[in-house]
Structure formats: C-alpha cells, structure tokens
Write a protein that binds this ligand. Structure first.
Ligand code: GUN
Length: 278
C-alpha cells in the first residue's frame, strides 16, 4: 500500500519538540530570538514572513520583524544586518528573498555572520555541509531528510536521484543524501536521458520548478517520491512538480502538494533557530 507522507503532521511533531526545548531553555534564562527582514511588499514574501512569525510565536521564539521600504539602499540594508550581527540578543537573522533588483542578494547573504545564518545560505554554511562540518543546513532539503527519516525510509545504500541543482534545494539536497550514505545522482534541465536516470531512483527528489512534469514514465515501480515543487494548475489548484494522480499507484511512498515538503521548511527554520543558541 502506498504511504502518503504527511508533512503537516511531521512538521507539527518537530514544532512540538522544539516548543518543549525552548521552554527548557527559558528555565535556564536563555531566550531564542529570530530577526526577520523583509524588503518591499512582495505579496508571497509577506505570506512567508507572516507564517514564520506565527511559527515563532507557537514555539516560544521571539521574532523581531524589520519591514524595510523597497527604496532602501543596499548600504542601509547591509548596515542593518551588521547591527543585528552585533546584537547579542539576536540568535538568528533571516532576510526574506527575493530582494529588489538594486540589491545584490549574494552580498546580503555573505554579510550575515555564519553563526546567525539560520537559512543556511552563507557560503561558509554551504562549504561546511559539503565537507561534513557543523553549520546551518538549508531548511527545505533538511526538511526532506526529516520526512524520510520520520517515515522510516532508509537512505543508506539507496539510489537517490535529485532533479534540480539550485543552491537552495538541489545541491544541498544531494549533499545531505550523500551524508546519509545514499548513492546520489544530480540531474537537471540539460541532463540527457532524464527518464532513464530518474527510473534508477529508489528515492526521487523532484525540484525542477515545472508543474506536473514528472509522470509515471519517470518512476521505478515502488520508488519513494518527494515533490518539492509548488504551483497553481490550470484550475488554480495547488500542485507540485510531480503529476501526483498519475504517479501515486506506482510508488511505495509520496509527498502530497500541499501538505508534504512545504510545512517542513518552516519547521526546520525553527529547528535552526533553536540550535543557534545551543
Ligand atoms: N524565499 C523563498 N524561500 C526562502 C527561504 O527559505 N528563505 C528566505 N530567506 N527567503 C526565501
């Protein structure tokens, strides 16, 4: 029988564990605080930032919100980050992306000190992950590992194929699966024979950014399929990169969209915030 991996439930479990940890930290006089910076009025960003604030509130993390105008200069933003870097009361700093075009995102990410880089986007965090050292891990791929582990899915020795090579998902995803002793292939838009490669996968992680692109012709019978995509289909219904209805009968486990990977990103952000104080 196919297992539908319930990201909502698993993220709730993680948030409840964190809530207990934060309460215990409070008894030791330790307070966890996350600074969230939003620049401009991008509606999707406002939704994400609001969800992050709500998750903080649920867990008992203090959230410090900085909503800066679209017209802010790069220099002013970097100065704000420097201030938060120095502020001992702040454990984590998150700058919601995307930023307005006149601001260099790479420069902004590099300005956050790695000790407060709860998004795991700083080159030092990414470098640490690639050589197996301690550091913050990008939240979405870290969430995928938790979904697999907490669903009892073994990674060690498995053929893992990641479709997508973004800095935020594909690359750290591949590194994390490798860290768990999977045999990892990274495929992408220029990959030849993508179907043949995808069909090798015991665990297929899809982060291509194309609605319903992956149908059953990409799937080995009994594979585990993790869908990182989120889109609106022609009927304005949420869907992923995987054609769920076509694939579901051929897999042993699959994440739905919504309610699969999505809720895990915030849970892992909260996890990073709590570990930033430890
Ligand atoms: N924009 C979309 N996803 C993310 C994320 O995980 N972190 C940040 N900072 N911005 C985002």
């Amino acid at each position: 029988m196919v297992k539908i991996i319930d990201g909502k439930q698993i993220s709730k479990e993680i948030k409840d564990e964190l809530k207990a940890e934060v309460a215990a930290l409070k008894t030791q006089g330790k307070n966890v605080a996350l600074a969230v910076i939003q620049v401009g009025e991008d509606p999707a960003s406002s939704v994400y930032v609001n969800n992050k604030k709500k998750a903080c509130e649920y867990i008992g993390i203090e959230s410090l919100a900085f909503h800066l105008p679209e017209t802010i200069t790069e220099e002013e933003l970097l100065q704000k980050i420097e201030e938060l870097n120095q502020d001992e009361k702040v454990n984590g700093i998150l700058v919601q992306l995307p930023l307005p075009k006149h601001i260099d995102e790479d420069k902004v990410i590099k300005t956050i000190v790695p000790e407060k880089d709860v998004d795991g986007f700083h080159p030092q965090s990414v470098g640490a992950l690639s050589i197996g050292q301690k550091g913050f891990v990008s939240c979405t791929p870290a969430g995928v590992i938790q979904l697999l582990k907490r669903s009892g899915i073994e990674i060690a020795g498995k053929e893992c194929v990641v479709i997508g090579r973004s800095n935020i998902v594909g690359k750290p995803m591949a590194l994390l699966l490798l860290r768990e002793n999977g045999t990892v292939t990274i495929a992408h838009s220029k990959t030849k024979d993508l179907k043949e490669i995808a069909k090798r996968a015991d665990i297929l992680v899809v982060a291509v950014g194309k609605p319903k692109m992956i149908d059953s012709s990409y799937i080995k019978e009994g594979a585990v399929v993790i869908d990182v995509g989120i889109h609106r289909d022609e009927n304005n219904k949420l869907c992923g990169d995987v054609d769920y209805d076509d694939v579901v009968e051929h897999v042993s486990a699959i994440t739905p969209v919504p309610g699969g990977v999505g809720p895990m990103t915030i849970a892992m952000l909260m996890h990073n915030c709590v570990s930033s104080i430890k």
